[in-house]
Structure formats: C-alpha cells, structure tokens
Ligand binder design. Structure first.
Ligand SMILES: [Zn+2]
Ligand SMILES: [Zn+2]
Length: 209
C-alpha cells in the first residue's frame, strides 16, 4: 500500500493519499485545502483516485474537495450524519474560518462497518461520534493502519465543544471502537504526528482510569 501525508490549509489538516501499488487505484482522505498540490502528488504517485473520503464535516478537512473532485472525477463520501454539514458554510464552520466559504454535496453517504476498496486495498469505516456526530475513522486491517480524523491524536483526543460534539461520546467511541484494535496498529490523526494504538492505550491521559 502506498500512503502519503500532506499537511494542508491554514489549519494544517493532514490529507492522506492512499493507493494500491499494483492497480494504481487510490483514495484521498480529507483534502482540507491546496487541492492542486494534492493533485500534483497524486499524479507523481501515478494514481487514479476513486474516492475522496471525508472523516467529518469540519471546514479544515473539506476546503479542497470540490477542486480535487473536478481534477480527479472521484466520488465524494462522508458519513450520513455529517453529510448535511457540507451543504452550508454555517454548519461546516467555514463562515468563521480563515479561508473561503465552502458548500457542496457529497455523492454518497457511508455508514459504520462499511467496506471501501481501491484495487487490492480494503478499509472499513468505523463510526466514532463525539467530535462530530458523523465522524469516522478508516481501518486498513491488513496493513494495520488507522486514519483517525479528529477523533484520536498523538497523546490527545478531539475537541468536543463545537456543535454536535460530546466528550462522553468521544471517549466511548475511542474506548469501544479504537481500543479494541491491537497495539501495533499505526494511527494517522487528522492533525499532527502519527502514533499507535498501544502508545495511546498506555499514555493518552484522556483514556486512563
Ligand atoms: Zn474537526
Ligand atoms: Zn481538524
């Protein structure tokens, strides 16, 4: 599996380009901005993008979606509970952010445990509400990789003070859905450095006790 991380936009959201090195099919997760730069990397990797997957409906993760969709023709996917956030700069918070106002529609909504496949690469959608109601993580079981959006960070967890957020629900999502994965799963959060399930299980101050 090919995986590239690009920190994009004013909020340095991590965009991931994931591809199958045999079929050269791929997906882009959270193109938060700088769509042309992301597309250049996609071309360098020689990939054809089937899906643009959005981990949740916040503005810092979606600013590059419309342009990247035009450039790639990919299908835009988001969990059904966050889909409505995409349609208004008010609900996706871009009206109050440092950048253009964003409003568009997803092509298709996805749900918990749904499987996505690009070439030989498969991942399952894990619905992890708490940062937003429709927040998801993507679990690549064969590769032992988790893309965690703004749910789980290196030594921290997502904020829950924005509309649709719940601290209690977020911690429950992490404990029930993510901490059931094995220690050796590498975690790629929506901002900042990567980590592992084992490290977070032992050290994350929000998950102790
Ligand atoms: Zn967020
Ligand atoms: Zn974010």
């Amino acid at each position: 599996m090919l995986i590239e991380k690009l920190a994009v936009g004013a909020y340095a959201a991590n965009c991931f380009i994931i591809g199958d090195d045999v079929s050269k099919k791929g997906m882009v997760v959270d193109p938060g901005g700088e769509a042309e730069r992301i597309f250049k990397k996609v071309e360098d990797m020689g990939l054809t993008i089937s899906y643009i997957v959005i981990t949740h409906g916040h503005g810092d993760h979606i600013g590059g979606v419309e342009t990247l969709k035009k450039l790639t023709g990919a299908e835009v996917l988001i969990h059904h509970e966050d889909a409505v956030m995409l349609e208004s700069p008010h609900t996706n918070l871009t009206e109050n952010m440092n950048g253009p106002r964003v409003a568009f529609k997803a092509d298709r909504t996805i749900g918990d445990r749904e499987q996505l496949q690009v070439g030989a690469i498969k991942c399952s959608v894990l619905h992890t509400p708490g940062h937003t109601q429709g927040g998801i993580c993507l679990y690549f079981e064969s590769e032992k990789i988790l893309i965690s959006g703004d749910t789980l960070f290196y030594g921290s967890i997502g904020r829950s003070d924005l509309p649709g957020g719940s601290h209690k629900q977020l911690v429950a999502s992490i404990l029930n859905k993510l901490m059931s994965l094995t220690d050796d799963v590498v975690v790629y959060p929506g901002h900042g450095a990567s980590t592992s399930i084992g490290f977070e299980r032992r050290k994350n101050p929000f998950l102790q006790g």
